[in-house]
Design a protein around this ligand. Structure first.
Ligand SMILES: [Zn+2]
Length: 340
């Protein structure tokens, strides 16, 4: 275990979990005992679990839930219906990260200097480094509002989750809207990165045409699982072609076609099939982790034998030895040092 490489995880929803009444600052046993979602899922991810797995840096989302759309849980958070409501939720996410930073639990990495300092001076006592990724852009009023969010530290933005005012999204197809095109152009001008995960195909190709920096923080392959939540081979090639990265997501229904809760779980070897498929298209140098392990699917929805986040490094055993360190952190680290 000790010999496994350290990790960068490109997709965790740490703050949003607190909006659902959870406290990822607790050790996992206490977290599970106090978890209001315990009836629907077995929690896996706390700050301590991330440390035990060797995560030194993650992209932490500002995630906002539209009204009436939380199918994964019986949480009672009212969803937003307009920009103001989305912005309010986003501010709540930000407040969580700021409180954790005040307690020394995380370090927000807002600039290239912050990021390189964190990686270069990392010690086992260092807090988790966290880069803000906005998942679903409805908290942004319009392109002119973008500098406000950059000041807050947001460096990556996924325009969609489900459809937003800017782009078609998962199971809600559509192109970039006019406001979406303006936002992507403004992101390009500011050197920000578009997260293509959740973008519908039409919106994805509109984005490629504008040409911002592009990654997919948490997306598996549509060659293995159907639906617009997953990347086609052409999309993967387009992301790699502009120097981007793809993060592997540890959600069972995104690993095995047709998987439903209660069925035998896919394995880490099944997840490795997505990595191998990507590698066949673009090589191993643009593949990393974007586990989404606290994204609402729990241990029941994670590949066998994962029970808690500290088990995540076992995935590396399922890919070729010579590429383990690259997938664990070196590929994301290279992308960050070149592009962040
Ligand atoms: Zn997501």
């Amino acid at each position: 275990m000790q010999s496994r490489p350290w990790l960068i995880d490109a997709h965790l929803d740490l703050a949003y979990n607190t909006l659902e009444g959870r406290d990822p600052t607790l050790p996992l046993e206490q977290y599970r005992a106090a978890d209001p979602m315990a009836k629907v899922q077995r929690a896996t991810t706390t700050l301590e679990e991330l440390r035990l797995a060797g995560v030194r840096l993650c992209f932490g989302t500002i995630f906002t839930m539209p009204q009436g759309k939380n199918s994964m849980s019986d949480a009672t958070i009212p969803g937003y219906t307009d920009h103001a409501g989305a912005k309010q939720q986003a501010r709540q996410n930000l407040d969580v990260y700021h409180r954790w930073e005040d307690r020394g639990l995380i370090r927000l990495l807002k600039t290239r200097q912050d990021m390189t300092d964190h990686l270069d001076s990392w010690t086992p006592d260092s807090p988790l480094g966290l880069i803000l990724l906005m998942e679903g852009a409805d908290p942004i009023r319009d392109a002119a509002d973008l500098p406000y969010w950059v000041d807050q530290g947001v460096r990556l933005i996924g325009l969609a989750w489900q459809k937003t005012r800017f782009a078609g999204g998962t199971a809600t197809p559509g192109p970039l809207t006019d406001a979406g095109k303006e936002l992507v152009q403004a992101m390009k001008d500011l050197g920000l990165t578009v997260d293509a995960s959740h973008l519908d195909d039409a919106a994805f190709w509109d984005t490629v045409e504008i040409g911002p920096q592009l990654i997919a923080s948490h997306s598996n392959s549509r060659a293995l699982v159907d639906g617009n939540r997953h990347l086609t081979d052409d999309m993967v090639r387009a992301i790699a072609g502009c120097g981007g990265m793809v993060g592997l997501v540890f959600c069972n229904s995104f690993i095995r076609r047709g998987w439903k809760r209660g069925q035998p779980r896919p394995t880490l070897g099944d997840l490795a099939l997505h990595a191998q498929h990507y590698a066949n298209l673009i090589g191993w140098q643009r593949i990393g982790l974007g586990t989404d392990m606290d994204g609402g699917f729990g241990a029941e929805g994670s590949p066998d034998p994962i029970d808690r986040y500290r088990d995540v490094p076992q995935f590396l055993d399922a890919i070729p030895t010579e590429h383990r360190e690259a997938v664990a952190h070196r590929n994301w680290e290279r992308w960050l040092r070149e592009r962040f």
